[in-house]
Design a protein around this ligand. Sequence first.
Ligand SMILES: [Ca+2]
Ligand SMILES: [Ca+2]
Ligand SMILES: [Ca+2]
Length: 387
Amino acid sequence: MKILKNITVFTLVMLLSVSTVLEARDKNVSNFSSTSNYVDSVGTFDGNKIYADVANNGLFLDYHVSGDSALEWPKGTGAHSIFQSALWMGATVNGSIRTIVGDYTQDMGPGPWGGDPLAAVHRIYKVEKSMLASPLDFADFQEWPVDFGAPWVDVDGDGTYSPLPAGPDHPEFVGDQVLWFVSNDGDPAYKLNFGTSPLNVEIQTTMFGFDRPDVFGDMVFLKQLVINKGSDDLVDTYMGLWSDPDLGYAGDDLVGCDVDLGMGYVWNDGDDSTYSTLDIGTPAAGYDFFQGPMVPCEDGDSEEVCPAEGAKMFGTRHPGMKNLKMSSFAFYINGDATYTDPSDENEGYFYLQGLRKDGSAYPNDIAGDLYDQKFCFYGDPTQTHGK
Ligand SMILES: [Ca+2]
Ligand SMILES: [Ca+2]
Ligand SMILES: [Ca+2]
């Protein structure tokens, strides 16, 4: 039995939803009309060749902002690669399953747990290294929310944020551009998807990237701190990174995963009608876990899995702990008779475990005969699956 008592998480899953453009746009219309006021602050990551619409309720790639795909790449071309993406989380609490399912609707609200979701102080903050030249010109630099958990550098070590130029302190520039916001699922009014009781977690999100001409310029990094702010233990906790990728034209997209790399990805079945008009080579998009959730090491773990110096988490080593890699890769297709969207927390919790929504394993022709059928489409994408 796995129990989440405070900050750590246990199983990391990648889920990919494959939808068509039309189905996504149907959802677009219905979501806007029914829940148009649930996003209280939006922002944009545009610090390199990626342009991404972000919402402070935890939908870190959110189509509601523009009404179209959330992530444009390369920035300025009009070609998009990801429609929508957010964190999923599920656990058993006092014998009942509770979930946060962020897809086209969200199960979280803005701000810290117990805070005012509508307060302007809980907006999305955005800073850039270039602001160091004139820090007084930028409210987000001056008002950087260190008291809520935003990463910063306390240059004079006095525990108080005294920003430049009046003081010596500044936000921590983990990238050339850094966004920070906090969300939580403590208010039942914001659990708009499956409507389970709250897990009572707070999630602090740092989104950052590097403005470089090499491949780093094509990446956006996401760091999420999950804190159990409630009084209940979260038992058998699973976390998933859910994505609806639309790589240009959505109707020809294929997905797969690389178990060794711990990566899920999307590419096109032949030339894509959107990307083929651009001179950028063959497009693809992927999600990789560079620093997975931290869990206790187990007997029999190799040195590679559980290094002597321990897991690395937020800049600190934790001996006896390890970072998880991707532990399953599930998928579903909007509108498919068998592999379709989860309709309640039970189905969502199964997907989080790398199972089909009814709790059964994915069949061999999808998940092969390795890895307990927990990784769909792990084969070489240029060959027939599994070979
Ligand atoms: Ca899709
Ligand atoms: Ca200080
Ligand atoms: Ca495509």
